[in-house]
Design a protein around this ligand. Structure first.
Ligand SMILES: Nc1ncnc2c1ncn2[C@@H]1O[C@H](COP(=O)(O)OP(=O)(O)OP(=O)(O)O)[C@@H](O)[C@H]1O
Ligand SMILES: [Mg+2]
Length: 734
């Protein structure tokens, strides 16, 4: 039997874990030390040497993508099919189980998964039935609370509300909500896990069957399991099964969603004869990157304690860039990406990581401008996001009432009691009359062909859009956007969605206001005579549609990856940018409010740094417009935690114009125009004050392009924001 393929690519400690006799194992090790590799090779070993059938193995991964990769790796190692193996996320596996045993789980065969939107709507209905006022009993809070109970494995009958009236009410809602779900055959995410656990708990024969079936259970990213997941694992494992859990307490980043680091400590006590393996050699990163990660995480207390080392080369210092603002940050990153690709590297060797979803907007714009293909991992591009499309639909209706797509999209969003039947009637009428939906709706209201309730609701929608249009007169673009997201009720509507998702949507909507504000400066060219001016709002909508229309780079195209720090877990990239590393953004400002959250933010930073293999850039902006407002944050404390000898501070932002021209001419030499006399050009700098003959004094906030085409954006104190061509504008630095 040839096992060398399985063991050769491993070090001694890894080999010890992979080739151990069947038993419980805990592999506790830092980032990039080969935990996932051990898991994969362990599965191969069990099949090849212990003769385990693929049917006897269950592997829990962090994402579905990771599950696919795991299968591919094993097939490559062994040349066998992994078809019968159960590999997936906790939710995916629980779903599979419930589908197979719907009767015993007391579910209808075609039970539906309830997503977060639907869940919130259901909770609202339930609360209304109980006569509870939404204002006093926020459905969103209830949703969060019920989720937290389920994560802890708690049904309402086990919650002792005592004399606490608030808790008593919550429990009452929880009971009623459960009943409603059961009646409708609906299962929310938390319920999947809870129900799967109970299925085994209450059905000895089914449990016995799965215990026999799965003598081997392997879990990646064990540090982020919550109470119910851990209970589920233990129940399945029983006394005979063998669990291999791999994890890193320093990478636990889902505490806010109920994950329990303590499960790592409990594991050795709860299971029999656990072999603990520690891996200390890191194979991923340069020693510089590794030292930085070690230094940052050392600031956390209560760690299980481990130090990583590497034989790898020292590598380049970590580059820290203090950007003038978010635009400058985006531009800097795109330039470095272009350099990297010019040096012969692939784009998919690059990741840009950020703390908040909404940060992607400015980064995406920079990439689009330079036509760098990119993909948002585990997410959508900014202008493709549901809440943004909703807001844009209102804006489109303001400029054009006959925009049917926009009409359809928001006629009942936020919900205002216009049902599918009414909309179908409007559609039919429009077809008949050959007019737009808006016109049809108007006619139908005039002719009173709708039932009173539907008619009133529809009238309210038309009034709302007309009102928004009236409000928009003479307003700046960002003020229009702000009015739209508030007055339409979108902000409130999306804000009510459960926890993280709702907050992300609200942040994105506010970010749209930022996008409008930034656009105001770029939009109109200086009023060319005779040319009809296109209203700024229309220009903005066109540009947004173009951005969205670009579509994601397809799966096979070589593209830069953008993602949040949370979704980067487990991945690695030769070149990594961590953007927006500023106080209040990262660490997130909410982390100051809850104990323990700051340490979780630091672990997130550790996760971020340790994604980098060869080169790491950390950037922050001295002032930033995000979520619709302007902020001045100081550099993140995490930057200060990296020893200075590992860092190279990049300061490009002074003297932008002259060096830029000269470098460009020297390098490219493609301009046929006679070279302007560079010595006559003013030394402009981002953030610098300048004076213009017509517009007066202002501040340079952005620049773009090279050579004779270089343009700067100046926020003039009185004349507003303008883009100017440097060679023409005769700006005087002050
Ligand atoms: N013994 C080894 N020899 C050479 N390369 C290795 C070895 N072990 C792991 N690697 C490589 O090191 C990198 C990190 O491994 P892996 O992703 O398994 O680490 P991990 O501990 O799971 O990291 P994370 O904590 O980020 O999930 C991978 O590129 C992997 O192929
Ligand atoms: Mg891993």
């Amino acid at each position: 039997m040839d096992v060398s393929q399985i063991l050769d690519p491993l070090n001694d400690a890894q080999r010890e874990a992979v080739a151990a006799a069947p038993g419980n194992q805990l592999v506790l090790a830092g980032a990039g030390s080969g935990k996932t590799r051990v898991l994969v090779h362990r599965i191969a070993w069990l099949m090849q040497v212990e003769g385990a059938s693929p049917y006897s193995i269950m592997a829990v991964t962090f994402t579905n993508k990771a599950a696919r990769e795991m299968r591919a790796r094993i097939e490559e190692l062994l040349g066998v099919n992994t078809f019968g193996m159960w590999v997936g996320t906790f939710h995916g596996l629980a779903h599979r189980l419930l589908k197979a045993h719907w009767q015993e789980a007391k579910l209808p065969q075609n039970f539906q998964i309830l997503d977060s939107d639907d869940q919130l709507r259901l909770i609202k209905r339930v609360q209304a039935d109980l006569g509870l006022d939404d204002k006093k009993w926020s459905p969103r809070e209830t949703q969060w609370w019920i989720g937290a109970q389920k994560d802890e494995g708690l049904r309402p009958q086990y919650i002792n509300a005592g004399a606490d009236p608030w808790l008593q009410t919550m429990v009452r809602i929880y009971f009623a909500y459960e009943e409603a779900c059961q009646r409708g055959g609906l299962v929310d995410f938390g319920e999947l896990l809870l129900r799967a656990h109970e299925l085994w708990l209450n059905n000895d024969s089914i449990l016995a069957h799965y215990r026999r079936r799965f003598p081997f259970i392997l879990v990646d990213e064990f540090q982020d399991t919550n109470t119910i997941q851990y209970a589920w694992l233990r129940l399945l494992a029983g006394e005979q099964c063998h669990i291999t859990a791999v994890g890193d307490d320093d990478q636990s980043i889902y505490g806010w969603r109920g994950a329990k680091i303590e499960n790592i400590q409990h594991f050795s006590a709860d299971l029999r004869q656990v072999q603990t393996v520690r891996l200390e050699q890191n194979y991923r990163s340069t020693s510089t990157i590794l030292k930085a990660a070690n230094a940052v995480i050392a600031n956390n207390s209560g760690r299980l304690g481990k130090e990583l080392w590497t034989k790898g080369e020292e590598g380049e210092p970590i580059a820290v860039y203090a950007a003038y603002n978010e635009q400058d940050e985006s531009r800097f990153i795109v330039e470095r990406i272009n350099d990297w690709v010019r040096d012969g590297n692939r784009r998919d060797s690059i990741a840009i990581l950020y703390r908040s979803n909404a940060q992607s907007r400015v980064l995406e714009e920079g990439l689009l401008r330079e036509q760098v293909p990119y993909r948002i991992y585990g997410g959508q591009r900014f202008y493709d996001r549901l809440e943004i499309k909703n807001a844009l639909s209102y804006l489109r209706l303001i400029t054009n009432r006959d925009d049917d797509t926009a009409f359809e999209r928001v006629v009942n969003t936020p919900t205002r009691g216009i049902g599918a039947r009414t909309v179908e009637m409007v559609r039919a009428y429009a077809r008949e009359q050959g007019c737009s939906l808006w016109q049809a709706a108007k006619l139908m209201l005039q002719q009173r062909v709708l039932a009173a309730r539907a008619g009133n609701a529809l009238q309210a929608f038309l009034d709302l859009v007309n009102q928004l249009a009236a409000n928009a007169e003479d307003k700046e673009l960002d003020a229009i956007a702000e009015d739209v997201i508030e007055t339409s009720g979108l902000l409130e509507f999306h804000g009510k969605e459960k926890g993280e998702k709702g907050q992300t949507r609200v942040e994105n909507l506010k970010e749209l206001v930022s996008a409008c504000r930034a656009f105001t400066g770029v939009g109109m060219p200086e009023g060319e005579e005779g040319e009809e001016e296109i209203p700024l709002l229309n220009q903005f909508l066109d540009s947004a549609a173009l951005d969205a229309g670009e579509g994601q780079a397809d799966e096979f195209e070589d593209a830069v990856q953008l993602m949040t720090l949370h979704s980067a877990k487990g991945l690695e990239f030769p070149l990594v940018f961590m953007a927006g590393v500023e106080e209040n953004l990262f660490p997130h400002k909410m982390s100051a409010q809850e104990p323990g959250r700051m340490e979780e933010e630091r672990r997130l930073c550790y996760v971020g740094i340790t994604r980098a293999m060869r080169k790491l850039y950390i950037t922050y902006a001295e002032n930033r417009r995000l979520f619709g407002s302007e902020t001045y944050n100081s550099p993140s404390r995490f930057i200060a935690e990296i020893p200075v000898n590992l860092v190279h501070e990049v300061r490009l932002k002074t003297e932008i114009s002259r060096p830029l021209y000269q470098a460009d001419y020297g390098k490219v030499g493609k301009f046929s125009d006679p070279a302007p006399d560079f010595d006559d050009l003013p030394p402009l700098s981002l953030g610098g004050r300048v004076e213009h003959a017509k517009f007066g004094e202002g501040t340079v906030v952005q620049f773009e392009g090279n050579g004779p085409r270089a343009r700067v954006q100046v926020n003039f104190d009185d004349a507003g924001s303008k883009w100017l061509v440097v060679t023409m504008a005769k700006l005087q630095p002050l």
